[in-house]
Design a binder for this molecule. Structure first.
Ligand SMILES: C[S@@+](CC[C@H](N)C(=O)[O-])C[C@H]1O[C@@H](n2cnc3c(N)ncnc32)[C@H](O)[C@@H]1O
Length: 277
């Protein structure tokens, strides 16, 4: 036990994958769904008032009349998908979390919204034959390794028609600079976010070179050790543009967020609309 813990407490090599699930873990996915459905929480989605503004901005800049088929990658419980559907898009949502997707399907059925949901990993599952616009919202792109990002861009490029758009957001170099590394531990007598058992959470955050951040949580329970690794690549506008251009996209615009805020060098996030050439 000591040796294993000691080994896991060393910062891993960049982008090393967890041996645990996060989004589709039985217990954690329930906590994340709760966060998604909390109007003020920023834990899994942005607050509801932001999502409202954001969905309106997206349908104004990429109107459904011109871009009817929309593919929402990492759609969660459908917070955006439902708004997109109501504004007139034909929506497909893909998400890894079976808990969030079941919620999304049930919610769409109850509200009579014809949204197509697919439960799967957007790096490996098949995409629809046609999309006019793809969205990937709340900085999921930066959670991927450079190889995974290349795979994702290729898949999005393939599914979009010529002139189709990809809207995504990422954390910026300003976010990276302001981010403070930490190390802390907490005890949960009656379960908590990471486990429903009594547990200890050892958390640390490290800044790696090349604008990469790791947030690590080691969870100790009577049944064993789990090591959760959450990576976040941050981007300058130039770095994101360069990556996208390599995959055959052209940058049409940069904003501070997916609600059309004005971008400046101190914005913690940036949103980009990319066009398939
Ligand atoms: C930060 S949440 C954002 C959800 C939604 N876009 C929003 O803004 O409300 C990330 C979502 O992506 C999903 N996700 C993460 N990795 C994924 C993958 N490889 N394939 C499909 N979905 C994934 C998670 O289950 C989660 O619902």
């Amino acid at each position: 036990m000591f040796d294993e813990l000691y080994r896991r407490l060393q910062p891993p090599s960049a982008y090393k994958r967890s041996d645990t699930k996060f989004w589709d873990d039985e217990h954690i996915s329930a906590q994340m769904l709760k966060a998604h459905l909390d109007p003020a929480s920023e834990g899994a989605s942005r607050p509801f008032d932001f999502i409202e503004r954001s969905a309106k901005w997206i349908s104004a800049v990429l109107p459904p009349a011109k871009y009817p088929y929309l593919l929402d990658l990492g759609c969660g419980p459908g917070s955006y998908a439902e708004k997109f559907c109501r504004s007139g898009y034909r929506v497909t949502g893909i998400d890894l979390s079976s808990r969030s997707l079941s919620y999304a399907e049930e919610s769409a059925r109850r509200r009579g919204l014809a949204i197509r949901y697919c439960c799967g990993d957007y790096l490996t599952c098949s995409f629809p034959d046609r999309a006019d616009v793809c969205t990937m919202i709340y900085c999921d792109y930066g959670a991927l390794s450079p190889k995974e990002r290349a795979v994702l861009l290729k898949k999005v490029h393939r599914t979009l028609r010529k002139g189709g758009k990809f809207l995504l957001d990422v954390f910026t170099d300003a976010y990276y600079r302001a981010f403070a590394e930490y190390k802390r531990w907490e005890m949960f007598e009656n379960g908590g976010f990471w486990s429903d058992e009594r547990h200890i959470a050892l958390s640390a955050a490290y800044k790696y070179p090349d604008l990469l951040i790791l947030e690590q949580t080691i969870v100790l329970t009577e049944s064993g050790i789990k090591n959760h690794l959450i990576w976040n690549s941050c981007f300058t506008a130039g770095k994101l543009r360069e990556e996208a251009e390599k995959a055959g996209f052209f940058c049409c615009g940069i904003w501070s967020d997916v609600a059309g805020g004005r971008f400046s060098g101190s914005s913690p996030t940036l949103a980009m609309i990319l066009e398939k050439r």
